[in-house]
Design a protein around this ligand. Structure first.
Ligand code: UDX
Ligand code: UDX
Length: 465
């Protein structure tokens, strides 16, 4: 392993994904005194982290990685050596929704976490601090501590919960200036000492008042609850978007009016075709499952409805397209602008565009997908969809995608889509030409003046007939 050098501490992270990679790069960039190593079982991913083309697209990430890589930031597949050398081990392996057995479809699949815990025991020869970075069900630390401390080497493992709140697309800014860093520990002497080690790492760049400490269960649960609350705001405004369409109210005006109430606040009130991303749905369903397992069925139903509203919003978007386009879209070319689950990322996990594409393909529409960063992932996501094989194509250039199309639908709020030449696009399309703005990012009046029939979300439509 490269350069043990004169570092004051060895920190590692197991799992070089969207969370582990950027988080460790930031720690390394801000703390040259530590040696930071990120390990993963996926050799291709590690090779990409060591190359000029990083495995994930994230604004500002290249610079942060380049500033520290080879100095005190290392990416490796040598998990055993890394564990052995480390004092602090962050674990950021994936914890997907279980697809089988008890809790299938809701509970978290902890097999990778437990396997990682066993790898840690095997490779360790000294006491270690284990930091949960992955989102986990509340009380996982308890199980982990039992597994880890059942070792017969006399080694003590202290488990902390330090959930990551970064959002994709803004990961670097979020890591540089987090609203808060949350660190949960046991309240024992050893737990508090381990907590202090982690506080000291973050205190290298995060103001002390933004570093929040709590008991370990509160930290674990806070991550699930934070995501559930954020998603709940989107489902709430999305539910109102439909009511706006029926009543000539305008959802953006409603969002602005309610958001100016300082008790509500302005963020996460943009109506959309639906929320996506690797966390929201998975974490809410996990919360639902945990509530059910404690017999809290009413609480479970309450949070489950946030996911149900999101599914409804995606379905209603397509239903509306079909209705507006004279109740048939079979054989019609429909260009989807954007496939990523949000702007500034190539990530497509749980993207609403996946469901929308599948529904459109099931109606035998000829779907053309364009996206500046996510086309490779889009192709992978649709691999298992039989209709998509027949009816879906991919096109890098949005102008080409729109050529000959009956409709354009905005799926992702990429800023380049606001700056396109819509007169050119209009001229190249079949008439009547439709635009469905699933993110409310375009100038609807101007599009109408060009000749489009425009269907925003939660607002009156602009149509020529
Ligand atoms: C992960 C978790 O999925 C999520 O619950 C949590 O909130 C943050 O961390 P993310 O970084 O987006 O999210 O996951 P992903 O990009 O899938 O990365 C996980 C990495 O762990 C993968 O590169 C995978 O190869 C690696 N891994 C998985 C291991 O190194 N060992 C394993 O046993 C399993
Ligand atoms: C989320 C949380 O924000 C972050 O704190 C946590 O660590 C991981 O999960 P992320 O999924 O990366 O982050 O992106 P986020 O910005 O929260 O967006 C999630 C989805 O909600 C996207 O599909 C986005 O387009 C959508 N969204 C967001 C809306 O539809 N309307 C909004 O007003 C805001």
């Amino acid at each position: 392993m490269a350069g043990t050098g004169n570092f004051s501490m060895n920190i590692i992270c197991i799992g070089a994904g969207y969370v582990g990679g950027p988080t460790m790069a930031m720690i390394a960039a801000k703390c040259p005194q530590y040696k930071v190593t990120v390990v993963d079982i996926n050799a291709d991913r590690i090779a990409a982290w060591n190359s000029d083309k990083l495995p994930i697209y994230e604004p500002g990430l290249d610079e942060v990685v380049k500033s520290a890589r080879g100095r005190n930031l290392f990416f490796s597949t040598n998990i055993t050596d890394a564990i052995n050398e480390a004092k602090v081990i962050f674990v950021s392996v994936n914890t997907p929704t279980k697809t089988f057995g008890e809790g299938a479809g809701k509970g978290a699949d902890l097999q990778y976490w437990e396997k990682t815990a066993r790898d840690i025991i095997k490779a360790s020869n000294s006491d270690k601090i284990i930091v949960e970075k992955s989102t986990l069900p509340v009380r996982t630390a308890h199980a982990m501590e039992r597994i880890l401390n059942a070792n017969d080497k006399g080694i003590h493992f202290e488990v902390l919960s330090n959930p990551e709140f970064l959002a994709e697309g803004t990961a670097i800014e979020d890591l540089k200036k987090p609203d808060r860093v949350l660190i949960g520990s046991q309240l024992t002497e050893k737990g508090l000492a381990a907590r202090q080690v982690l506080v000291d790492i973050y205190a290298n760049w995060v103001p002390k008042e933004n570093i929040l400490t709590s008991n370990v269960w509160s930290a674990e649960l806070s991550k699930l609850v934070a995501n559930a609350f954020l998603a709940q705001r989107i489902s709430s405004i999305n539910s109102i978007s439909q009511l706006c369409e029926c009543t000539e109210a305008n959802v953006s005006e409603v969002a602005k009016a309610i958001g100016m109430d300082s008790r509500i606040g302005p963020r996460f009130l943009n109506a959309s075709v639906g929320f996506g991303g690797s966390c929201f749905k998975k974490d809410i369903l996990n919360l639902v499952y945990i509530c059910e397992s404690y017999g809290l069925h009413d609480v479970a139903r309450y949070w489950e409805s946030v996911v149900a509203m999101n599914e409804f919003q995606k379905k209603r978007f397509v239903k509306n397209m079909i209705r507006v386009m004279f109740n048939t879209i079979a054989g019609k070319r429909i260009a989807l602008f954007g496939f990523a689950f949000k702007a500034d990322t190539g990530d497509t996990r749980e993207s609403p565009a996946i469901d929308v594409t599948m529904q459109l393909a099931a109606e035998h529409a000829n779907v053309v997908i364009t996206d500046p960063q996510a086309l490779d992932n889009a192709a992978k996501d649709l691999q298992g969809c039989v209709d998509c094989k027949k009816y879906v194509t991919f096109e890098k250039d949005p102008y080409e995608a729109a050529k000959g199309a009956h409709a354009v639908a905005i799926m992702t709020e990429w800023s380049e889509y606001k700056a396109l030449d819509y007169e050119r696009i209009y001229k190249s399309m079949e008439k009547p030409a439709f635009i469905f703005d699933g993110r409310n990012i375009l100038d609807h009046q101007r599009l109408y003046e060009i000749g489009f029939n425009v269907y925003p979300l939660g607002k009156e439509c602009w149509k020529h007939f």
